[in-house]
Design a protein. Structure first.
Lengths: 146, 261
């Protein structure tokens, strides 16, 4: 004889309708699926396309706005980035696509270290930045044209 | 007409007694004013390392406890006294402008009506009070003052230092209420001190050359791995540092051997 398996919490009680229990079980499965989907969508990822509207301006402000609008984690060396300006972006973009447009011509580059975390830094490392400053001491913002 | 010195002595003694009683009775009467209502209860609320907790005190106050905090509360339906014994709490008070909440933290007392303000107790002598909305009355050992929206008072034995911040900075300082840390020019030393408040795993700087590195950005309070990974492109590496005296794992931060080109 084939035995019907039920989870303990929905095992048919004497006289209960099997259909009613099936509906209850399906309801629980649906709720669980919704919870899983909600949890999944709560964490932003670099691959998500989202509507962005970030004006051009100081990198310190525009990167903060990028964090706010994308929900991603961003880290940058404050003193190395503060003198740089970025371009504006408006429309539907993936995070990497938007950052690429924002940082174009700014002298800044970005690197995703995982799906949710990105680091922004000057194109030149500290040693080459120091050398560039020594070579042209009057052009503190010269990196922007790179 | 004038009584002798001997005859005046009992009157003098009675006067001294009354003055002494008045000295003690006045503050007690003030305290009593907060606790006289019927139905008052005393509760203790706490959070562990990394935990955030929201509790409702009476009918008009919501308290958000930050990591590793301890709050003792005496609340009635109308008024509330709270004592921060450790950590940081954001209070949101609804209602009128008359004082509904009194908060003490070490040597500092704050009285507030409708407002939103955070009190961070570094220790009993070092306390920060940040007002997000409304005004509060701050009473410290050296001085008393009214703090307005967007002001922070840093109280220490050397006095009270007042600063005013734009709205964005106030939100950034209170990013912990959503489980985040937001940096805007803090040194690496300051940034890892903040991370360490929320995590058993502790970051330590093992290389003096990176101490002054300034940090910008936003991270979940508990994402130590993400933060350490994000430091790599700017020339900082995390290495296993063994176990601390308290049993937590240590991550040593050092300058990268191969910094970015």
């Amino acid at each position: 004889m084939r035995r019907q398996w039920w989870p303990p919490e929905v095992r048919p009680a004497r006289g209960a309708s099997v259909n009613r229990l099936r509906r209850r079980l399906l309801g629980r499965v649906a709720v669980a699926a919704m919870v899983v989907l909600t949890c999944h969508s709560a964490g932003a990822s670099r691959a998500d396309k989202r509507e962005l509207n970030i004006e051009a301006g100081s990198a310190i402000i525009t990167l903060a706005e990028f964090v706010h609008q994308t929900g991603l984690q961003v880290l940058f060396e404050f003193d190395a980035v503060r003198d740089h300006n970025t371009r504006g972006v408006k429309g539907q973009f993936e995070a990497a696509e938007a950052l690429g447009l924002m940082l174009e011509g700014s002298g800044l580059v970005f690197e995703f270290v995982n799906e949710r975390t990105v680091t922004v830094r000057p194109r030149l490392g500290p040693a080459r930045r120091a050398a560039a400053k020594t070579a042209s001491p009057g052009e503190s913002s010269g990196l922007r044209s790179l | 007409m004038f009584q002798s010195r001997r005859a005046r002595r009992p009157v003098l003694r009675a006067g001294i007694l009354v003055a002494t009683l008045a000295c003690f009775a006045s503050p007690m009467a003030l305290v009593g004013a907060w606790v006289k209502d019927n139905g008052a209860t005393t509760q203790v609320y706490s959070t562990t390392v990394g935990q955030l907790r929201e509790v409702t005190l009476g009918t008009t106050v919501v308290a958000n406890l930050n990591t590793a905090s301890l709050l003792k509360v005496f609340a009635t339906t109308e008024r509330c006294q709270a004592e921060i014994q450790r950590g940081e709490v954001l209070f949101e008070v609804a209602g009128g402008d008359h004082p509904l909440l009194r908060v003490t933290a070490g040597n500092v007392a704050v009285r507030a009506g409708a407002s939103a303000f955070a009190v961070r107790m570094h220790d009993s002598e070092h306390v920060d009070v940040l007002v997000r909305q409304g005004t509060v009355q701050l009473d410290a050992v050296q001085s008393s003052m009214v703090l307005s929206s967007h002001q922070i008072a840093r109280v220490s034995p050397s006095g009270v230092v007042l600063e005013t911040f734009p709205d964005a900075d106030v939100s950034r300082k209170l990013a912990w209420t959503t489980g985040h840390l937001s940096f805007s020019g803090e040194t690496l030393v300051e940034a890892i001190a903040e991370f360490n408040r929320y995590n058993e795993r502790q970051l330590v700087i093992a290389d003096p050359s990176i101490r002054g590195l300034t940090i910008g950005g936003k991270f979940p309070c508990k994402d130590v791995d993400g933060f350490v990974a994000a430091l790599r492109p700017i020339g900082v590496e995390g290495r296993d540092g063994g176990t601390s005296a308290s049993g937590g794992r240590l991550v040593r931060l050092v300058a990268s051997r191969s910094p970015p080109p």
